[in-house]
Every structure is written in structure tokens, then in C-alpha cells.
Design a protein around this ligand. Structure first.
Ligand SMILES: Cc1cc2nc3c(=O)[nH]c(=O)nc-3n(C[C@H](O)[C@H](O)[C@H](O)COP(=O)(O)OP(=O)(O)OC[C@H]3O[C@@H](n4cnc5c(N)ncnc54)[C@H](O)[C@@H]3O)c2cc1C
Length: 573
């Protein structure tokens, strides 16, 4: 078994026409060729190396991580003398990936990385998550390396980055008891220790995944007397320096193999990343954007696992003299799971490509001045990436939950038992809409794209792409949905009432997302027959979902103030 080679949808992503450009930008004229024996000499060579490394990861996922998942879920990590001890299977998974050299995938070769672009990195994240979504956190926290690479000094980079590839893990220490969604409220204190020439961190962090990691990025208040995000800075901490203890690990619903820690910082020495006061506004924002794509990949990997479990069971289980897969109620659920899976995947990789192009340009600016055309392209791709990232996190995580729910339903009573993996998938899925910014916070980020018309502009660009004559009917549905969306947005914005817009924000963001994903599936169907069934299911479903949202909003039109104040009254209950 191999989780990469058995999934044509992932291989399809590497063949996207933009991949050649991404590779060429990322490899900067293949400057590493000759310097490192494993560096590619040309584009085909680089794409081939993506493929080969993903095959290795797919093998480890199928034959080490997935078989360990049940025991890890059962055993979980422990805290012993203020330190975390992983479950035995977690340790084994970690060692297998370290030995394969696939930590630090996207880091430059000088730090022991493979200089992979975002697309193959995201594919790898999906593979690991399909095997065990809890373990995907430990592997995925290598995102922290990206932030160090992008913003820290050369000295910090040289000290920390080569360790990632050798197996040192990371954590991202943001949340505190009084600072969850609102990270501006972070209070962990950073003070400059003049004699020792380091910063000292004091305070408590909670809900920190892999909180006993060797390398930590910590958000802390460096500006005494400040109360908002402008007083926060970002620090890197080395476990070898001491000063942080794990007070407890949470006992939780799912992703049980992933230790969620409460931490006590006691004069812990740390180094500043980038500039003071930009901790939240710049570095953590960038870190979280990467991590949101990571959670998108984690969600889609879990959806893939849920779909496969449900399909297998539906073929095996016989009731009323036939396999349950032949009942319309069951095959419809399977069709919708697959459509949601492929739709959110299309959105994930479209976004990963946007990120790839602008980040590759960012790196190029360190080597040479960009041409005006290149600068314009860099800006445009960054805009698209920022626009799409909250949609990825919102939809992929919500769909993973819906998919796990339906997959469990297909298993009937057996799905409720621990005998089948779907029970774990259902529990593991639940966190996905909460961490890395709840679904509600993704809507807060995405509503700007609705009110500025940015989603609409992008949709109108997709609308102009050619489609085969036999797919024209699907495009017509999408055009009608776009007109309906445009009119609904206008009706809400016409009230010029921020609270009213916030009240309907999720509905509007979802309407835009459904149309965008409908187009992406339709456009992918022009290059492969593997997407057309999902395109048809998703687009017809989305038409109904959007019509429901449109009708709900229209019902408020008549007397909008009293209508939504009824909802507000629930607060008194
Ligand atoms: C298993 C697990 C692992 C985690 N790992 C990490 C980690 O590694 N590092 C880290 O720093 N943190 C981590 N977290 C913390 C996680 O990011 C937060 O739990 C999450 O951001 C939500 O914060 P909160 O729990 O304080 O909820 P709150 O912010 O209190 O939110 C409660 C509810 O209010 C809603 N809400 C809040 N503000 C708004 C708003 N403006 N508009 C609309 N609705 C709103 C939320 O959507 C939610 O429904 C983890 C959490 C868990 C459970």
C-alpha cells in the first residue's frame, strides 16, 4: 500500500501547468545544481524528485503511521516530571519520517531541507493526515521553520534550522487562558535581560500542541504598559536552555496522540525574531496563514480517509439481500462526501499555487531586483493567496466534519464502535474547525473579500475560461449562481449596517466559496475525467445551498432590524 501512488488526485496536482513556473522560480535557475548532489538540474528533474519523495512519504504513511494510529489514540502521550513522553507509535512515526529526511521539506538545501515548493509540501501534509490526523500536527509544526527562515537573523537561522531536518520538533505558543481567538490579549511577559543579553519569558500558555518541542515560537508582550497587538513580539526559544515546564496535558475528545500542553515559562531565555512590536501583526499572521493551509491539508487528508472507509464498508455490508452501496440513500452520501472532498482539495491546491508564486518571488528579491512585471505578479498572487486562505480553512475543516459524520452514518451501529477507524476519524475531525482560528474567525477574515468585490472579480475571471460543450450546462448554473450572489451581497451592503453584514457574513462567504469551488472542479474537469462527477454533484448541490441562503437573507429584507433582533434576544435566555 502507498497513500500517494493510490491517489490519482494528488498526482494530478503536480501536473498543473503552473507547476513548471513555480519550480523554475523556486529553483532560481537551478542554482543549487552541482552544489548538492540531490539538487535538480532542470524542471523535469525537480518535478520527478517531488514525485519520488512523495512516494517515500506515501509508503511510510500507509505502512507505519496508519497502522500505529489506533494504538496511539488509545495510549496517548504522558507528562513525566514536566516533560512529555510520546506514545510509542508516535515516536516510531517521528523516527521513520526523520530517517527518510522529510522534515524541513520546504527549507533551502543549505539548512538540510529539500527546497520543496508549497504544493508538494501540502500533498505530504495530506498524506500524513490521512494516516493519522493527530500525528499530522507534530509533523506539520515544521511550518515554524518557515517563519524563522523568512524573518529571523542569519545567526538564528544557522542555529535552529539545520536541527529541524535532524528531527527536532517545533511548537507555536500563542494561546493563553485569556487570549484565544483574540491574540491581542496575550500577556506572557518578555523582559530584556541586559547582563545576559537575552530576553526572559515569564507566564503561562495553554492548549499548546507539542508544547514540549525543542524549538518554540512564542508570542509575548515585550512593551511594558501596552495592552494591544502592537505591544507583542515574536521569540524563538530553545528547549536546551531550560525555563519551560509542562504543567499538564489536556484530556481531550480527539487527536489524542497530539499532546496539548499547558506550559509554565519561568525566566525562560529567548531570542527576538524580526523586529519588536511586529510579533502578531506580521510574523504570527504569516505563521498562521501557513498553518491554516496546513489545517486545510489535514482536513482533506482526514476526509480522504473517511471516504475510503465509507466506500469499503458500503460495498461489504449486505442488508435486505444487497450491498448497502446500492441503496440511493447510501450512494448519495458517498457521492456528496467525494464531491466535498474534491471541491475543498481543488481550493487548497489553487491557494497553495498562489502562495508558491508570491513566496518564490519574495525569495528572489534577496538575490536580485524584480522586473516591474514580476513585482506586479508577486503582488497579485499574494492578494489571491490572502483572499483564498480563510476559505480553505473554513471549508476544508467544515467538510471534514460533515464527511466524517456521513462516513460514520454509512457504517450504522458499527461506526459507533471502536472496531472501525471511522469512530476515531469522527472524533479527530472535531478540532479542525476550532484551532488555527475558528470557522467564525475565518469568516471575519473572508468577509472583506465579499464586501470589496474581490471574490466576485475572481469568479468572473473563472467564468471566462473555456469549457467543453458537454459541460456548458454546469457553467450556466454557476453564472446564474453568481448573479444571485451579486444581488444578495448588494442587498445586505445596501443597509450600510456593520452588525447586519456581520450577521449574514457566513452565508455570504459560503455562497462565494461554493461558486469558486464549483468553478475549480469544472475547470479541473477540462483536463481530467476524474472530477466531472464531483463537479456535477457539487454544482447542483451548491445551487440549492446558495438558494437557501439567498431565501433566508431575503426573508430579513422586509424588516431587517426587528428580524435579527429576535435572534439577539436569545442572549437573554
Ligand atoms: C487541541 C487543541 C490544540 C491547540 N493547539 C494550539 C497551538 O499549538 N498553539 C496555540 O497557540 N493555540 C492552540 N490551540 C488554541 C486554539 O487556537 C484556540 O482554542 C482557538 O483559537 C479558539 O480560542 P478559544 O478556545 O479561546 O475560544 P474563544 O476565542 O473563547 O471562542 C469561543 C467561541 O466564540 C467565538 N468567537 C470568538 N470571537 C469571535 C468573533 N470575533 N466573531 C465571532 N465569533 C467569535 C468562537 O468562534 C468560538 O465559537 C489549540 C486548541 C486545541 C483545543
Amino acid at each position: 500500500m502507498n497513500f500517494y501512488t493510490d491517489n490519482k488526485d494528488l498526482q494530478f496536482q503536480l501536473q498543473h501547468p503552473l507547476m513548471r513556473k513555480i519550480v523554475e522560480l523556486k529553483e532560481n535557475n537551478f542554482a543549487d545544481d552541482g552544489k548538492y548532489d540531490y539538487a535538480p538540474a532542470n524542471t523535469d528533474d525537480a518535478l520527478d524528485s517531488y514525485d519520488r519523495v512523495l512516494e517515500v512519504i506515501g509508503d511510510i504513511c500507509a505502512n507505519v503511521i496508519a497502522p500505529n494510529a489506533e494504538d496511539v489514540d488509545h495510549e496517548g502521550p504522558q507528562v513525566i516530571d514536566g516533560r512529555v513522553k510520546y506514545a510509542a507509535g508516535t515516536q516510531q512515526n517521528h523516527e521513520a519520517l526523520t530517517q527518510a529526511g522529510v522534515y524541513g521539506l520546504s527549507l533551502p538545501r543549505e539548512y538540510g531541507g529539500l527546497n520543496f515548493s508549497m504544493v508538494p509540501y501540502v500533498i505530504a501534509a495530506e498524506l500524513v493526515s490521512r494516516a493519522d490526523a493527530g500525528f499530522a500536527n507534530i509533523w506539520g509544526l515544521q511550518d515554524c521553520a518557515e517563519t524563522i527562515h523568512e524573518f529571523a537573523t542569519q545567526e538564528i537561522k544557522d542555529r535552529f534550522l539545520p536541527r529541524i531536518n535532524k528531527g527536532d520538533t517545533c511548537s507555536m505558543d500563542l494561546t493563553e487562558p485569556d487570549a484565544g481567538s483574540d491574540l491581542q490579549a496575550v500577556m506572557l511577559k518578555a523582559t530584556w535581560d541586559e547582563p545576559d543579553g537575552v530576553w526572559r519569558l515569564n507566564g503561562v500558555k495553554r492548549f499548546i500542541t507539542n508544547g514540549d518541542a525543542q524549538i518554540k515560537l512564542v508570542l509575548a508582550r515585550s512593551e511594558e504598559g501596552s495592552t494591544d497587538g502592537r505591544g507583542l513580539s515574536c521569540f524563538v526559544y530553545d528547549k536546551n536552555d531550560g525555563g519551560v515546564t509542562v504543567r499538564r496535558i489536556e484530556n481531550k475528545l480527539g487527536i489524542k496522540g497530539s499532546p496539548t500542553c499547558e506550559l509554565l515559562f519561568n525566566n525562560a531565555p529567548a531570542l527576538l525574531v524580526g523586529d519588536r512590536k511586529l510579533g502578531l501583526i506580521k510574523y504570527v499572521m504569516s505563521l498562521m496563514n501557513g498553518a491554516r493551509l496546513g489545517t486545510g491539508a489535514q482536513s482533506i487528508g482526514l476526509s480522504e480517509a473517511a471516504f475510503r472507509e465509507a466506500l469499503k464498508y458500503a460495498h461489504e455490508r449486505v442488508q435486505f439481500g444487497k450491498a448497502i452501496v446500492d441503496f440511493p440513500a447510501v450512494y448519495e452520501m458517498l457521492g456528496v462526501i467525494k464531491a466535498r472532498l474534491q471541491a475543498s482539495r481543488a481550493l487548497l491546491y489553487e491557494t497553495a499555487r498562489f502562495v508558491d508564486v508570491y513566496k518564490a518571488y519574495n525569495l528572489l528579491t534577496e538575490e536580485r531586483k524584480l522586473t516591474p512585471e514580476e513585482r506586479a505578479e508577486q503582488k497579485e498572487f499574494q492578494k489571491q493567496a490572502d483572499l483564498f486562505t480563510p476559505l480553505v480553512k473554513l471549508f476544508a475543516s467544515e467538510y471534514a466534519n460533515q464527511n466524517a459524520y456521513d462516513a460514520l452514518q454509512i457504517h450504522g451501529g458499527s461506526g459507533f464502535m471502536k472496531d472501525y477507524p471511522v469512530e476515531r476519524l469522527y472524533r479527530d475531525a472535531r478540532i479542525l474547525t476550532i484551532y488555527e482560528g475558528t470557522s467564525q474567525l475565518q469568516v471575519v477574515a473572508a468577509i472583506r473579500g465579499v464586501s470589496t468585490g474581490a471574490y466576485l472579480n475572481k469568479i468572473r475571471i473563472y467564468e471566462k475560461e473555456p469549457v467543453k460543450a458537454e459541460h456548458e450546462h454546469l457553467r450556466k448554473i454557476l453564472i446564474a449562481m453568481t448573479d444571485q450572489y451579486e444581488q444578495t451581497v448588494q442587498s445586505v451592503l445596501a443597509k450600510a449596517d456593520k452588525e447586519y453584514t456581520d450577521f449574514h457574513a457566513r452565508r455570504l462567504v459560503e455562497m462565494a466559496g461554493h461558486i469558486i469551488m464549483g468553478y475549480l472542479l469544472l475547470l479541473d474537469s477540462q483536463n481530467s475525467d476524474d472530477f466531472i462527477r464531483s463537479a456535477a454533484i457539487y454544482i447542483t448541490r451548491s445551487q440549492a445551498w446558495n438558494t437557501e441562503r439567498h431565501a433566508f437573507i431575503a426573508a430579513f429584507e422586509i424588516d431587517h432590524l426587528s428580524a435579527y433582533s429576535v435572534m439577539k434576544d436569545t442572549r437573554e435566555a
